[in-house]
Design a protein. Structure first.
Ligand code: HAM
Length: 428
């Protein structure tokens, strides 16, 4: 690709040849979400910055380092959404979801994070997500995980592993935090700079570190969940038991904390071998999310899957890509009157749902046949001035090369079930 036609790093164009697989994923997701009673919500691509600062937490990597923030003309700070949950919950906080009415929504769209681009890591990427707001119940957490597994299976991304953990509730965390801090304090000098900074600011985030020199210390860290209160342990056990009842395989991963501060109780991440370095294809959990202007958080459980990563998983799983639809017929016109006739014929066929293409200007037969080939047209209809005068044309089947002469008024019947024909005389 020529350099000047490349979009900014970490973004990408999606061409018609690729869109089939995107649509297969999006339509597949719509079908699965329908079965679970989720309705689509569309929220703005940008929000007031405090929606994310308060919602995700000031101390998260996303808020501290990755947000695309700018000012509107009035000097108000706005941010391109780095994820979907905070904006969706901002919207739902004005509904009965805030008062405990179960509300199920899904969304699809672009998210923006100023990360270093690599395979599967983009600055503009696409998420498909759901949020089940208003209620707190282990059964809903288990259902959200089940829904995600069913979604991935349905869109050709099976072969994932489900990692599960509990973050307990805020009151549970003090003792565990202290145990983690004690453990890491003794080895912090051999850990990375980020972890050193995290030790006092947010020790949980150390568990999330991917630096090689930190891994052995993370492996040997105490299991924080074992220090949580009984109610949180029971809640998590119930989630695990329901998943087992449903025969959904999962692995409890005590070091899974997830990078956003709003999570409580259940957190989960799905990894897939087709993603290389970026192994998380989807992630989610239960949350209590702070919304600016509200004195209590809104609760929910949900997840988001990255569409670019779903595509990588499909490719790894050798799911065939979906080529653009081929034209049913390409109309070749030889001479101006034939072209004028074919313009009307194309309009008629298209109005009846037939994928019809034609050359818009007078061109040679050879050039038009080349276009028909390039578009992989199933049939070619050849209309010259003589044929037009005689009221017939040649129809060529491109798969087997067979040709036949047919009367012009029988052309629509070749492609449409309905009995239709062009009204009026062909132009002289
Ligand atoms: P997240 O784990 O930050 O969670 O993102 C979810 C998914 O988005 C990831 O598993 C990955 O597939 C995709 N993703 C994230 N960052 C990138 C990137 N830079 N490039 C490509 N794909 C990416 C959330 O966003 C939460 N809002 C999920 C959630 C919903 N939790 C509760 N409800």
């Amino acid at each position: 690709m020529a350099k000047n036609s490349a979009p900014p790093p970490g973004t990408g164009d999606i061409f018609p040849e690729e869109i089939g697989s995107w649509l297969a994923i999006e339509n597949g997701a719509r079908e699965i979400f329908r079965r679970y009673g989720y309705g689509e919500i569309r929220t703005p691509v940008f929000e007031y910055t405090e929606v994310f600062q308060r919602g995700l937490g000031d101390e998260t990597e996303v808020v501290k380092k990755e947000m695309y923030t700018f000012e509107d003309r009035g000097g108000r700070s706005l941010t391109l959404r780095p994820e979907g949950t905070a904006g969706v919950m901002r919207a739902l906080s004005g509904t009965e979801a805030l008062n405990g009415v179960e509300t199920r929504v899904f969304y699809m769209g672009s998210m923006f994070r100023g990360e270093r681009p690599s395979a599967g890591r983009r600055r503009e990427f696409h998420q498909i997500g759901v949020e089940n707001a208003g209620r707190v119940s282990p059964a809903l957490d288990a259902e959200s995980i089940t829904l995600l597994a069913r979604l991935l299976d349905h869109v050709g991304a099976s072969g994932y592993q489900i990692l599960l953990n509990t973050r307990g509730v805020k009151e549970d965390r003090k003792e565990a935090e202290q145990a983690l801090r004690e453990h890491f304090s003794s080895v912090i000098d051999s850990m990375c700079e980020d972890c050193r900074e995290r030790l006092n600011r947010n020790v949980w985030r150390i568990l999330d570190c991917k630096q090689p020199q930190c891994q052995c210390h993370i492996e040997s860290a105490p299991d924080a969940a074992s220090l949580f209160g009984q109610a949180s342990k029971d809640y998590f056990k119930e989630v695990c038991d329901i998943l087992s009842d449903l025969s959904i395989p999962f692995r409890v991963e005590p070091r899974l904390v997830r990078g956003l501060d709003y999570y409580v109780h259940t957190v989960f991440e799905l990894t897939h071998p087709g993603l290389g370095g970026q192994s998380a294809i989807a992630g989610g959990g239960r949350y209590e999310l702070a919304v600016p202007g509200l004195n209590r958080p809104i609760v929910g459980v949900g997840f988001a899957a990255g569409v670019e990563r779903l595509l990588m998983a499909r490719e790894y799983n050798k799911v065939p890509s979906i080529p653009p639809e081929r034209p049913k017929v390409y109309l070749v016109s030889l001479g101006k009157s034939a072209l004028r006739y074919n313009i009307r014929l194309a309009d008629l066929l298209r109005s009846k749902g037939v994928h019809t293409m034609l050359e818009a200007e007078e061109k040679s037969m050879k050039s038009q046949m080349r276009s028909a080939d390039r578009l992989k047209a199933e049939n070619v209809l050849i209309l010259g001035e003589n044929e037009l005068a005689a009221g017939s044309c040649v129809l060529k089947n491109m798969a087997d090369g067979s040709q036949k002469n047919i009367p012009l008024d029988k052309v629509p019947a070749e492609f449409c079930k309905e009995d239709v024909s062009l009204s009026g005389k062909p132009p002289a």
